[in-house]
Design a protein. Sequence first.
Length: 114
Amino acid sequence: VQLQASGGGSVQTGGSLRLSCTASGTYFNDLNMAWYRQVPGNQRELVATIASDGRTTYTDSVKGRFTISRDNPRESMFLQMDSLIPEDTATYFCRARVLANTYWGRGTQVTVSS
């Protein structure tokens, strides 16, 4: 499974970004997907998940600001990030999981300035 994340960038506080993650190499509908983020020196943090059946979860710090979604025909997952704050600055990674296998994409940098 190959994952390609994109959509990162630099915005000011209160701005928005939309991250995309495209998967290939497997049947996308079966994948449980997630977004993580990592700041240098810190552990990778789970941001949001979307299961193969569409159920979603969010870490508390992004609830009400971020929305995770998926488009199975396009084999893609998205993270709409609104009301961004400097604490959201990190490298964002997409993760796919199916059965006992976990796959990671390369990160995309999000920088939020005050």
